[in-house]
Design a protein around this ligand. Structure first.
Ligand SMILES: CC(C)(COP(=O)(O)OP(=O)(O)OC[C@H]1O[C@@H](n2cnc3c(N)ncnc32)[C@H](O)[C@@H]1OP(=O)(O)O)[C@@H](O)C(=O)NCCC(=O)NCCS
Length: 165
């Protein structure tokens, strides 16, 4: 039986989201700044997290993380027709229990079976060994190394991985 489920984000998740997303160990390594207030978390729920394929990862009743299929023009890079980019994070308190792998697995199944997506890409900073391991467990393979800039406009190298249907 699955330990987690996916559902769309709700305004009532804002306090919980703020609690997890203010942690500086979560956002910056994934490319976004730590949340500064419950109000900011609510705004993010109403904007970024309201995209069609963005889901809360729910354990019991608690939204403990986020998983998203970024489809052009969202996403960090243009990956080509029929492609999408996978993004994910899990609150520190709930890490190392297989939840990121499980949540991404659910979304990958949906991408290939229901959304007509043929290739999924994901990127991670070189030092992000946990993210790399999640992708390996899901069957992704090395694709390329890319230049990017973070939310403070600082350049960094990232590894891109690919999973094909
Ligand atoms: C990356 C992240 C989503 C993983 O979430 P998670 O729920 O802990 O992931 P899982 O439990 O499914 O798998 C984690 C794997 O990484 C491994 N891992 C974690 N930290 C590690 C480390 N420092 N060194 C080596 N392996 C590590 C775990 O052992 C596990 O592999 P295993 O099952 O073979 O033992 C989570 O750490 C996170 O949210 N980090 C901050 C945001 C982020 O990096 N998002 C991805 C952006 S690219």
């Amino acid at each position: 039986m699955r330990e987690i489920t996916l559902r769309h984000w709700r305004g009532s998740d804002a306090e919980c989201l703020y609690h997890f997303a203010k942690n500086p160990k979560i956002g910056p390594i994934a490319g976004w700044p730590p949340h500064q207030s419950v109000e900011e978390s609510l705004t993010i729920i109403k904007t970024v997290f309201s995209r069609q394929e963005c889901y809360a990862v729910v354990k019991g009743e608690i939204p403990i993380g986020c998983v998203e299929l970024l489809i052009h023009p969202n996403g960090n890079h243009w990956w080509g027709e029929g492609s999408a980019e996978l993004g994910y994070w899990i609150a520190e308190e709930y890490q190392l229990r297989g939840y990121a792998t499980e949540a991404c697995g659910i979304l990958i199944e949906r991408a290939f079976n229901d959304l007509g997506i043929k290739r999924i890409f994901a990127t991670f900073k070189q030092e992000n060994v946990a993210s790399k391991r999640v992708l390996e467990k899901l069957g992704f393979r090395y694709y390329d190394e890319l230049n990017n800039v973070d939310y403070l406009n600082r350049p960094f190298r990232e590894i891109a991985m690919i999973l094909e249907k």
